[in-house]
Ligand binder design. Sequence first.
Ligand SMILES: Nc1ncnc2c1ncn2[C@@H]1O[C@H](COP(=O)(O)OP(=O)(O)O)[C@@H](O)[C@H]1O
Ligand SMILES: [Mg+2]
Length: 576
Amino acid sequence: MKNLFKYLKPYLLFTVIAPLFMFLEVAMDLMQPALMSKIIDVGVAGGDKAYIVKTCLLMCLCAILGIIGGAGNMLFSTKAGYGFAKNMRSALYRKIQSFSFANIDEFKTGSLITRTTNDVTQIQNAFVSCIRMLIRSPFLCIGGIVMVLIINAKLSLVVLTAVPFLTVMIVFLLKKGKPLFMSMQEKLDRVNTVMQENLAGIRVIKAFGRADYEKKKFKKSNDALCESTMKAMRMMSLSFPLINLIMNVTMILMYYFGGQMVFEGSINPGEVMAFSNYITQILMSLTMSSFTLMFLSRAGVSIRRVNEVLNTVSDIQDGKDTEAKIEKGVVEYKNVSFRYPGQSGDNVLNDISFTARPGETVAILGATGSGKSTLVSLIPRLYDASKGSVFIDGKDVKDYTLNSLRSSIGVALQENVLFTGTIEENLRWGDEEAPMEEIKRIAGVSQAAQFVEKLPESYDTVLGQRGVNLSGGQKQRLCIARALMKKPKILILDDSTSAVDLKTEALIQTALREVFDEMTVFIIAQRISSVMDADKILVMDNGRIIDSGTHAQLIKTSNVYREIVVSQLGEEAVKE
Ligand SMILES: Nc1ncnc2c1ncn2[C@@H]1O[C@H](COP(=O)(O)OP(=O)(O)O)[C@@H](O)[C@H]1O
Ligand SMILES: [Mg+2]
């Protein structure tokens, strides 16, 4: 909680004012039974009508003040609670934005969603009920006890014997509750993860006819959530009859002894009535505090989960050299090895060394899973090398600030994602300020202009979520354009032309070289035709570069390369 305090700070005033209003309400609640007993014992017993009217008016005034207290508390506690939650959510959002891929892999997206939404709401609710109930209950309880002691110390013993019973029960409930609430939040994580995965992959699910399977998977996680919620609620609902029992027994005992005392003349009937009201207030306030404490213990779980996110330091941090800028774009791998965090088994990359210079195109070829995407992901520091280093312009990538590094690198990732909005907005990701002419020129290079300009709304065409209303090849061409808009020194195209036809692909490559002749380009591709003209081809297998060279050299020196060429282009292609 200490950690989260800074998010509450702007709302400190409300947090202080709210309990003050609550004091007013509690004081007024405590006055009512005393005034009532006076009406009976003084007004009714003495036949004093004027006294009755006067006291009734006083009771009305108390009621109005009580309402003002209650409403004021509600208003300020809610304001503080919502503001607190808003700040926490913003902080979580900012934190998650700074996370590395590895951090996100570790938490899982679904859990991050639960933590920013549901967990924050739990904390907010507990906080609000804290500055409402946690003030109200103890004061009502203590005030009630003081009042019954003032009225009649002997009869108070009855009430006081009930208190330990209730206390034991509350402690028991709290002990039992915590693990149940923990499991509830975890089950909710699972539901959100399944849901999020499903929504993201809805097309694939439908195409594979996996809807039934996914439905079952969702049902399973949903049932588990329901079951664990029921468990927690069953335990909580068990407390209701128990509390009722304690309350009724106390009441009966009080009337039994109180009645006898009235006969003895040691207490007035009005005071017995006041007693029964105070007993209700005392026991109810204890019950309420047990629920509030339960809320708190549930919020404790959420606080831990929120803090876990806030305390995570992104394992990819800005470099020390804040001035460093990429001028040329010489990329050099020196004995780089890599394995994914938490991954067991062999390294994904082993002892990779090579250099790529401005104006060069380096192609990476290899079977799926050989580590091509992983290799290039180390350049913009989506991950950091486990051993060895990647240098750009002679400087370790870890020395640049992330902003300076990434602003000089254009990437079209294997899983390309476009965002809801117009085509123009999507392309402007690379350069907010670019004039329309420039957007059109770049779209021309990636051969996207050719189809965009045929669309009825041209660059104003609104893309659906993830760009659903485009073909795979069209999306790829827009993603390349988006990467180029940054005028990067280094361009990475990870399987970005796989859905583009051969002729268009050749046009893209030619245009790229004509317009960006000083760029260092990495092309990952499966097709020989895509990599044939590259200045250097790296052939990868199992995380290693097994051969490298130009097409002409590799045909002579690399068996693996020759095999790939033969399998794709036929025997003719390797004949001299
Ligand atoms: N986020 C990840 N966490 C753990 N392992 C991964 C992750 N991404 C890829 N891998 C593993 O790393 C290996 C190389 O993957 P990748 O670089 O994507 O290959 P390629 O692009 O050549 O198809 C694969 O065995 C894959 O299972
Ligand atoms: Mg890949």
